[in-house]
Design a binder for this molecule. Structure first.
Ligand code: ADP
Length: 584
């Protein structure tokens, strides 16, 4: 949350003459500002249009989108990047429903976010008398949120916002819903009473110190390991304990594997990074320490062949240390031998304190085996990337992105798609923490342009988005938003004319196949329509030059990178999750 100075400044901003009254709009704005929240991602309409206007007039940044889903994704990733709840503001029923996808996304991914929606009048909704956009929004939001609240009286706005903030950022972060019926905004409070009713949340995300015996148990397990491995997840990236995490890895000498959004916590080129030997280290390790990563589907539930198990469901025999803020996470899939419960900063600091000078480096045999595997795989990849096929394919296009990211390590990288996601994750190295933001736990499509806006606004760095042509379609209209706010966003669409690829056919010959799009679509013209730069690139050289221009100029740019329409596999790397593939 904002430091004390900014919060005092925010309070100072909102001083009003003693005789004035404050209405609900003002109370919401002042409550947010008092807590260091300076940005709203949303879409105006009844009953919150004036809230957007007045928040802007009061100095807040109000970013207005073309669809609430994008505003919501923007808010969710702003929460991840800043540790403050990202605010998404929507109108009632349909707008609220459009925002729900992002609310569920925030909850699932442990991102702090507050979806604030205007709603219709309780008395009419509850009697189902057919109010304008009648819907029991609170009930609908509850199962998708970490917490959900409704405020009916102006004097409770301060409490409502304070509770929403605490719920979003404390413990395991998540999505919170705050329901504000239209009538609330018109209610007035005498100004002094209004100011008094607001709460400046003290220590919204308290440190959670791990129990010393849990730390000793974890250290003993790690110390005795022959083939230790650390897995860093996006919880570790969120925690902003970058120096401590790096020190822990370097002092122990343990090889590590970053999950997708933890890439760059240490540079991917770090000698202890085992990404290029992933399928070797997971089954090979005997003790695995998870730091802010869940043993969910993305890690094959800690079981099966990925982990050296004899069958799909069998446990591979590893022992696990799990560092996590949620005490319920341990044992979710396999036995956790040493849970360390607390915030990652405190846990890693406590582990570090227990690592003395005589800490044994992992056995040389284990390190050499990983090194050999990595060297072989990197050589193979280097060969593949050096090829220059015509038409371009994922590899030759991403080789360019890889160079551009290397030359611009502060730039943010947004990534979504199927093959576009998988290939980018494995080809494009990241060099700094929290620079890569992507589809997250659900592998969701549609985060792209919302993430671009929030990344540009919160980090003030250039943004590169690598998008599958299908993924881009979910939020493509937000290029207007990007142009309107003149954001330094360079979108690269890896365009192979369809979902997965562009060559499927309707066996009846009647329609296009469900997975294919208009061939040769000119996506770059979408950007040109709103005054941005649009480029069609058919070779790596054209792509490189267009990306360099975009980064140099900071102009909103869309590069339609035309790649081989036969490139790409069904569902990228998760083909096996298709029901028919499972049967085979
Ligand atoms: P990934 O997808 O990268 O593997 P996950 O989303 O599965 O990561 O896991 C993130 C984990 O990090 C969650 O279990 C969450 O409880 C935990 N977490 C989030 N923030 C913190 C924090 N500040 N301290 C400790 N654990 C955290």
């Amino acid at each position: 949350m904002g430091n004390v100075e900014t919060q005092v400044a925010a309070t100072g901003d909102v001083q009003q003459p003693a005789s004035a009254t404050m209405d609900g709009f003002q109370l919401v704005i002042d409550a947010l500002k008092l807590n260091g929240i300076d940005t709203i991602y949303g879409l105006p309409g009844i009953p919150i249009t004036d809230l957007t206007r007045r928040a802007q007039a009061d100095g807040m940044r109000v970013l207005s989108f073309r669809h609430e889903q994008s505003a919501g994704y923007a808010a969710s990733i702003a929460g991840f990047l800043t540790q403050k709840p990202g605010i998404c503001l929507t109108v009632s029923a349909p707008g609220f429903l459009n925002g729900l996808n992002a609310l569920a996304h925030a909850t699932t991914n442990c991102f702090p976010m507050i979806l604030i929606s205007g709603s219709s009048e309780r008395e009419i909704v509850d009697l189902q008398q057919g109010d304008y956009e009648e819907m029991d929004q609170l009930a609908i939001a509850k199962p998708l949120a970490k917490a959900a609240y409704r405020v009916l009286h102006a004097e409770d706005i301060g409490v409502g916002i304070a509770r929403a903030i605490r719920a979003a950022v404390s413990g395991r972060p998540g999505g919170v819903y705050l329901d504000l019926p239209g009538k609330l905004f018109a209610q007035g409070l005498e100004a002094a009473a209004g100011r008094n009713s607001l709460i400046q949340v003290v220590d919204p995300a308290p440190r959670q110190i791990p129990a010393p015996d849990s730390v000793q148990r974890a250290l003993a397990l790690l110390k005795g390991a022959n083939k230790p491995l650390i897995i860093l997840g996006k919880g570790a990236a969120y925690a902003q304990a970058d120096a401590e995490i790096r020190a822990l890895i370097e002092k122990t000498g343990i090889p590590y594997l970053p999950m997708s959004m933890a890439k760059g916590l240490l540079p991917d080129t770090h000698e202890q990074c085992a990404s290029a030997a992933r399928s070797f280290v997971l089954p090979g390790a005997d003790v695995v320490m998870l730091i802010g990563a869940r043993l969910n589907w993305l890690l094959s539930h800690g079981k099966g062949k990925t982990w050296g198990g004899k069958s799909a469901k069998a446990w591979g025999g590893q022992q696990f240390v799990q560092v996590d803020i949620s005490p319920q996470e341990a044992d979710s899939n396999v036995r956790i031998d040493a849970p360390v419960v607390g915030d990652i900063g405190s846990c890693v600091a406590a582990l570090l304190a227990g690592i003395d000078k005589g800490w044994p480096k992992p056995p040389a045999e284990w390190l050499k085996a990983i090194h050999d595997k990595k060297t072989a795989n990197v050589a193979k990849m280097t060969d593949t990337l050096a090829k220059n096929p015509s038409p371009m394919n994922f590899h030759s296009a991403l080789n360019v992105v890889r160079d551009i990211v290397k030359a611009n390590p502060d730039a943010m990288l947004v990534n979504e798609g199927a093959n576009a996601l998988d290939f980018t994750r494995s080809i494009v190295d990241m060099y700094k923490p929290r620079k890569r933001i992507d589809v997250g736990t659900w592998g969701i499509m549609g985060i792209g342009m919302g993430y671009c806006v929030a990344a540009a606004v919160t980090t003030k760095q250039p943004v590169i988005a690598v998008e599958g042509d299908s993924a881009f379609g979910f939020s493509g209209m937000e290029v207007e938003t990007i142009c309107r706010y003149k954001l330094p966003v360079c979108i690269v669409i890896l365009n192979n004319n369809g979902v997965y690829k562009g060559t499927d056919l309707d066996p009846t010959g009647r329609d296009p196949a469900p997975t294919v799009f208009v061939k040769g679509a000119r996506y770059e013209m979408l950007m040109q329509a709103f005054g941005g730069v649009g480029v069609r690139a058919t070779t790596p050289a054209e792509l490189r030059s267009a990306m360099e221009d975009a980064l140099r100029s900071g102009e909103p740019t869309l590069i339609n990178a035309v790649i081989d329409e036969t490139a790409g596999t069904e569902s990228g790397r998760i083909t096996a999750l298709n029901p028919t593939a499972k049967k085979k």
